[in-house]
Design a protein around this ligand. Structure first.
Ligand SMILES: [Fe+2]
Length: 584
């Protein structure tokens, strides 16, 4: 059984490492969770160190190392694209800057690859793999499907921004690609910036879309064109210089108006642009999926790339495309390309049979009860031991508490799925405001998500398709919306996580206990991070964030830490929540 290390070397963001050995994924973790710097640019040194330490091996113990991008192809694509702009005076500075900055990741990857080669005295020469191949492998090989169509859609890999393939067993056959600068990921990012948000805030635009009307639908039809051959193109008339923040032409500004500054209020225009963009994205994705289905005639679809995080579009694909089952792995973005690189090498280079499908995201570092208790004692934190921690937390949630839930290994990907979560009562109308104000410090329009018992999901949501990684948005049944207001978005939808007992026994037990107390088989689940930090990884991270935010309890392993030593802490919290004015 080969030992294989897959790397996202952070040429854009979400640097990560994945180690495969003994026929399974041994560890997969993003660099940001370890170095505590959000988005993890740069070589994932700490993630690699953690992978090798977990397996008890050094570089010499590895059989292969795969990088998630071909840096030479990336540089050549940058060169080809930017050269034409060097002759334009206004674009010269941007073109020169981006050409220069694209040299850095090339040199970094070459330098790191050389270090690995030297560390193993030349026996190990890293492979530079095609970026979209890594995306495709991360989805298909991790999926439960023997046969599936595969769509990968992101901002860009080397010179590719989308690809369509057919996966069968351990083979993947590429059917077509869409080339940069036509890019759905870049379009969504550019509009995110235009609406006054930042890089990485695309999900905020997705949330904002529910508040708007498709007033710009026609304009987006002209801007983003369906080529009816399974691809798309961006109308160049709307773009002045692609690939940078200020990429739009005069025509774009004439149609969509000026860019919103971050401190400006969000108006109807902004909401309508978000809504129209989201609607057009869904139309194009459904059209691409329909074409791919006609070609492949298979019932299953795998999605990867940053655009696969658009859970509203994923829900639309499920309802409106011919595919019956859709698999999106939890690290659909670039963090997952380290997993894809490792899986591709395992199945293609080493001819390994397919591994067990990915049914959970708990692939990161884990901590023993002894380690957790030692940290609590070192930090001089008072705690109690709770043999029935799930039942105890369910009671606290039902009484109105907000609880940090730290159990088992860290999740891979940007969603907390019951390993590093903040939990609350989904029935409380005021819970969304309370969490936004006291814990998450984020925009009031962003929805919170429910984690629901898988076997009870269809009672509340209009879909029976599994959503274990919180990557599909489903309509909440109209008659249930008033029962779970804290997790129902303004348009009556919810970003659902379905929880199966066999995948997450302790989390399932907690939700079951909550259901016995309240009749509602779900809890509100949001990621255990505060103030723009990455999701907590270690017990120390969790304790720091617990005391730095408006959480009431921390359930960490079987230990419970409280900020409410009073006899009836839940009641105290409920009155606090209800007495404070809504932040709107
Ligand atoms: Fe990507």
């Amino acid at each position: 059984m080969p030992w294989i290390l897959g790397l996202n070397t952070g040429f854009a963001h979400d640097a990560s490492a994945t180690l495969i050995g003994e026929g399974r994924i041994v560890l997969a973790v993003e660099e940001e969770r370890l170095d505590r710097v959000k988005f993890g640019r740069g070589f994932p040194r700490l993630a690699i160190e953690r992978c090798l330490k977990t397996a008890g091996i050094g570089w010499g113990g590895l059989d292969a190392v795969g990088f998630n991008v071909d840096p030479w192809r990336m540089f050549r694509a940058n060169l080809a694209f930017n050269l034409r702009f060097l002759v334009k005076p206004r674009a010269f500075t941007y073109a020169a800057f981006y050409l220069g900055s694209s040299l850095a990741p090339l040199l970094s990857d070459l330098r790191e690859a050389e270090k690995i080669r030297r560390a193993t005295e030349g026996t190990l020469k890293p492979d530079f793999l095609d970026h979209h191949l890594c995306h495709a492998a991360s989805a298909f090989y991790a999926s439960p499907f023997e046969e599936a169509a595969i769509l990968t859609i992101d901002q860009r890999g080397e010179d590719i921004s989308a690809s369509a393939s057919l996966g069968r067993g351990t083979t993947m056959t590429r059917l077509r690609t869409v080339h940069w600068p036509d890019s759905l990921g870049m379009l969504y990012l550019s509009l995110t910036l235009h609406l006054g948000f930042q890089v990485g805030d695309e999900y905020k635009v997705m949330g904002l879309a529910a508040y708007g009307a498709p007033a710009y639908a026609e304009a987006f039809e002209d801007l983003l064109q369906d080529d009816r051959r399974g691809g798309f193109r961006l109308n160049p008339a709307y773009f002045d210089y692609l690939g940078v923040e200020r990429c739009f032409s005069k025509k774009f500004y004439a149609v969509f108006g000026p860019r919103r500054r971050r401190d400006e209020p969000i108006t109807t225009r902004h909401r309508d642009i978000a809504c129209s963009l989201q609607q057009r994205l869904e139309e194009v994705l459904v059209s691409m999926a329909e074409h791919l289905h006609r070609e492949t005639r298979v019932p299953n679809l795998c999605l990867a790339g940053g655009v696969a995080f658009n859970s509203v579009a994923n829900g639309a694909l499920l309802r409106r495309s011919p595919f019956r089952r859709i698999f999106v792995q939890p690290a659909a973005g670039d963090a997952g390309t380290s997993l894809g690189a490792a899986l591709w090498l395992a199945h293609q280079r080493f001819r390994q049979p397919r591994y067990a499908p990915m049914t959970h995201a708990f692939l990161g570092p884990a901590f023993t009860e002894e380690q957790i208790e030692a940290t609590l004692q070192t930090c001089k934190v008072a705690y109690t031991r709770e043999p029935q921690i799930a039942v105890r937390v369910a009671r606290l949630l039902a009484d109105g508490a907000v609880v940090g839930w730290f159990q088992g290994p860290l999740e891979l990907g940007p969603r907390a799925l019951g390993g590093r979560s903040i939990l609350a009562d989904p029935r409380r109308l005021d819970m969304k405001d309370l969490l936004n104000r006291c814990v998450k410090h984020r925009e009031a329009f962003r929805p919170f998500a429910p984690a629901v018992l898988a076997e009870r999901a269809t009672e509340y949501f209009e879909c029976d398709h599994p959503s274990p990684f919180m990557l599909f948005v489903y309509p909440v049944r109209p008659e249930k919306r008033r029962a779970i207001p804290a997790v129902t978005h303004v348009d009556g939808s919810a970003r659902v996580q379905t929880v199966r007992r066999e995948d997450q026994p302790l989390f399932w037990e907690l939700i079951s206990a909550f259901e016995r107390l309240t009749g509602v088989p779900m809890v509100l689940n949001t990621s255990f991070n505060v103030d723009g930090e990455p999701i907590v990884c270690t017990p120390t991270d969790a304790i720091r964030s617990f005391f730095g935010a408006g959480l009431d309890y921390l359930a960490i392993g079987t230990f419970l830490v409280s900020k409410h030593p009073a006899a009836d802490p839940g009641a105290a919290l409920s009155s606090l929540a209800l007495s404070e004015p809504s932040s709107g």
